[in-house]
Design a protein around this ligand. Structure first.
Ligand code: NDP
Length: 247
């Protein structure tokens, strides 16, 4: 069977790492190309997948740099010859109030969550359109739908991802391209994402929420895998996935 080549950004931890492990252990169905900034983690993950019989390579990638995103795609092409699925998963959540005027965090959020996702979409299209085949999966958030004052800019970037996801879906379908477009919007899943919060009060409030509701990111990985494995004529345009007990 033809293996699916899947590029995953933000594969060094959390949802991205869970997805890499799940696909890596899936009866040899997938060849994985893993991107993130922390090489030590990527290297260890590739070794783990290979020792379990899976196939994966990594490319150190900062998605804020288009040249690095292009290198990630090139690594996929050089090693596996094609890109079937591109998962724009990398993202950050520094968590602060607008009145804190943490301009550096505002820039990081927009450069990572928004521009990084756009660079991923552009690069994926560059390789998928000539083959007239592919799937682009964009990780948004419940925060795109439910805004809180400690997630205003994060929510804005995630709502923008939904708008971009829908515009992309309409564009490729109106051009009659065989490219699927899917947004996944998770609620609280226990990952490293909240470790970036610097404000002690916000951090302890968010810690409490995750302690109360958070469950394994494996569940999001499973949902992404199901979106990839749906019959190709069917497309989940957005999946909102919460822990059952999340309010
Ligand atoms: P993690 O912090 O565990 O993972 C984030 C990943 O993004 C890491 O692998 C990190 O790797 C990578 N990353 C961050 N910045 C960059 C960058 N500039 N270039 C390349 N990679 C980068 O968190 P999650 O797994 O939770 O996050 C994955 C996605 O899920 C994010 O888009 C997040 O917004 C979304 N999400 C998560 C929720 C949750 O509750 N966990 C809820 C809703 C959405 P490295 O540091 O090595 O670069």
């Amino acid at each position: 069977m033809d293996k699916k080549v899947v590029v995953i950004t933000g594969a060094s931890s959390g949802i991205g790492a869970a997805l890499a492990k799940l696909l890596g252990n899936s009866n040899d169905d997938y060849q994985l190309v893993l991107g993130a900034r922390r090489e030590v983690l990527l290297k260890a993950l590739v070794q783990e997948i290979e020792s379990d019989g899976g196939e994966a390579i990594y490319q150190v990638t900062d998605i804020r740099q288009i040249a690095e995103v292009e290198k990630l795609a090139q690594a996929a092409i050089n090693h596996f010859g094609k890109i079937d699925v591109w998962v724009n998963n990398a993202g950050i959540y520094p968590g602060n109030f607008l009145s804190d005027r943490q301009y550096d965090d505002w820039d990081r959020l927009i450069d990572t969550n928004l521009k990084g996702t756009l660079y991923g979409i552009g690069t994926a299209l560059q390789w998928m359109i000539p083959r007239n085949n592919g799937q682009i999966i964009n990780i948004s958030s419940v925060a795109a739908h439910v805004v809180s004052p400690i997630s205003t800019i994060y929510s804005a970037t995630k709502a923008a991802i939904l708008a971009i996801n829908e515009g992309l879906r309409q564009e490729v379908s109106s051009k009659n391209l065989n490219i699927r477009v899917t947004a996944i919007s998770p609620g609280f899943f226990n990952t490293e994402i909240i470790n970036d919060i610097k404000d002690a009060k916000i951090k302890s409030d968010v810690d409490l929420l995750y302690a109360k509701y958070g469950i394994s990111p494996d569940r999001v990985a499973l949902t992404i895998k199901q979106a990839i494995e749906l019959p190709f004529d069917t497309s989940w345009n957005e999946v909102v996935i919460r822990p059952t007990k999340e309010v």
